[in-house]
Ligand binder design. Structure first.
Ligand code: MG
Length: 159
């Protein structure tokens, strides 16, 4: 193995009643969804930032500005595909990824395997190299009060 890097990403979105909730490329049955310029997929946004961070290529806002109408309502899987392509162009391959989703409700247990499969395909890694974890925030803070969702992501890349 040649060069090896770690990247870390974080994202959060406000939740509001009547909006769709999409996380990790998967539609989640929920009475509330993310307020966002894109589809609000905080899992994918955190992963994009982790990947860009690993390759020292800036952040998601640099590449996909949220004031650019081209990205209005965009399917975030497109952003992740483009991010992975960018890393490939620089010679980086994703090795593994690990995400933690902090959301009070709904419970994501049934959705985790779907997200894992979808994200592994997008990152072009084996399903066993893609970890998706979910937890509540024990009723504390903006996640615990159900005001928003927060996601942390770590990745390793190699070249
Ligand atoms: Mg975001």
């Amino acid at each position: 193995m040649g060069d090896f890097r770690v990247g870390f990403g974080y994202d959060s979105h406000r939740l509001e009643a009547g909006l769709k909730l999409r996380l990790g490329g998967v539609d989640i049955a929920s009475d509330r969804g993310c307020v966002a310029h894109s589809d609000g997929d905080a899992v994918i946004h955190a992963l994009c930032d982790a990947l860009l961070g690993a390759a020292a290529l800036g952040d998601i806002g640099t590449h996909f500005p949220d004031n650019d109408m081209a990205f209005k309502g965009i399917d975030s899987t497109v952003l992740l595909r483009r991010t992975v392509e960018l890393l490939h162009q620089k010679g980086w391959q994703v090795h593994n990824a690990d995400v933690t989703i902090v959301l009070e409700r709904p419970k994501l247990v049934d959705y985790k395997p779907l997200m894992q499969k979808c994200l592994a395909e997008l990152l072009q890694i084996p399903v066993g190299a893609m970890s998706v974890k979910a937890k509540s925030n024990e009723g504390m803070g903006f996640t615990g009060h159900g005001e928003g969702v927060a996601v942390m992501a770590a990745v390793t890349v190699v070249k």
